[in-house]
Design a protein around this ligand. Structure first.
Ligand SMILES: [Zn+2]
Length: 283
């Protein structure tokens, strides 16, 4: 594992000068849990572009494509386990070092690892809501509803994506029956902010308020290409709060950062949080 002593030292220095920070996490944080990222090291799409918000609302073909891919992609997200990065951040929260943890991930692995002060910026994949009557369902319940219609078939892990979406042959997509609300027959949508969708204002405001209370911002495992996450880095800079970026590749906020650390984020966070000592003997 590539954890530079230099990176450990710099992150420790950052945490000494910023005893209480906001942490912003992205797909890179869940990579070691087997959930892949959208973009490569240069910030380019790794797969076909994900389904966009308007497309989902306006096109029944897009909805069918989404649910077909999600039917096959969801079990991998549901069964994923938190990794060292999630565990280290949960430990840092218990030590009082984290004001708020903002995650762009929809996999709920931070909560499953024990973090409590989490804002699911882009929503959560384990819930589905009806756009017509506002009923809320467990994603797993919808999965059961769908699998009584069609048993899930294995597909290559390489096609998996962080939102449980998955590249599938068109013929398989067309076989999938789109689930609808059992209460009203209305349109079901996963409780997530799709690309091109808008994060609810109140959610953004609570993150901004946390940033004002905090001493600094740490961005972990995100290329910060999407404005939705990038805006917090920009705001930190406006407020004169230091920014540390933990990401193996280039990010949009690199010019704003006091520290840019490229070691593996799980190993680095485990080292500075003291988790490594607790995990002696495990990878
Ligand atoms: Zn409904």
């Amino acid at each position: 594992m590539n954890t530079d002593d230099y990176d450990i030292e710099h992150l420790q220095t950052f945490l000494q000068s910023c005893p209480r920070t906001v942490v912003l996490t992205g797909a890179g944080t869940s990579l070691a849990s087997g959930i892949p990222t959208y973009r490569d090291h240069e910030g380019r799409w790794q797969h076909s572009e994900p389904i966009k918000h308007q497309e989902f609302l306006q096109s029944s073909a897009a909805r069918q494509r989404y649910w077909a891919r999600s039917l096959h992609g969801w079990p991998a997200i549901r069964d994923a386990q938190p990794n060292r990065a999630h565990q280290a951040l949960a430990l840092m929260e218990r030590k009082g070092q984290i004001e708020t943890l903002i995650t762009q991930n929809v996999d709920r692995l931070h909560q499953r690892s024990g973090s409590r002060k989490v804002v699911d910026l882009h929503g959560r994949l384990d819930q589905v809501h009806c756009l017509d009557c506002d009923a809320l369902y467990c994603r797993q319940q919808i999965q059961q509803q769908m699998t009584t219609q069609e048993p899930p078939r294995g597909s290559p892990a390489s096609a998996r994506r962080p939102d449980g979406d998955q590249d599938l042959p068109e013929a398989m997509e067309q076989l999938t029956q789109v689930p609808d609300c059992v209460r009203c027959g209305g349109l079901l949508m996963p409780d997530v902010v799709f690309f091109g969708g808008t994060v609810p204002r109140a959610r953004v405001d609570s993150c901004m308020a946390a940033l004002e209370r905090a001493d600094g911002l740490i961005a972990v495992g995100s290329s910060l290409q999407v404005y939705s996450g990038f805006r917090f880095c920009r705001r930190a800079a406006e407020l004169g709060k230091p920014l540390a970026i933990l990401n193996t590749g280039a990010t949009r906020a690199d010019p704003l950062a006091q520290y840019k650390l490229t070691s593996d984020c799980g190993a680095l966070l485990a080292a500075v949080s003291g988790l490594s000592g607790q995990l002696t003997g495990t990878a």
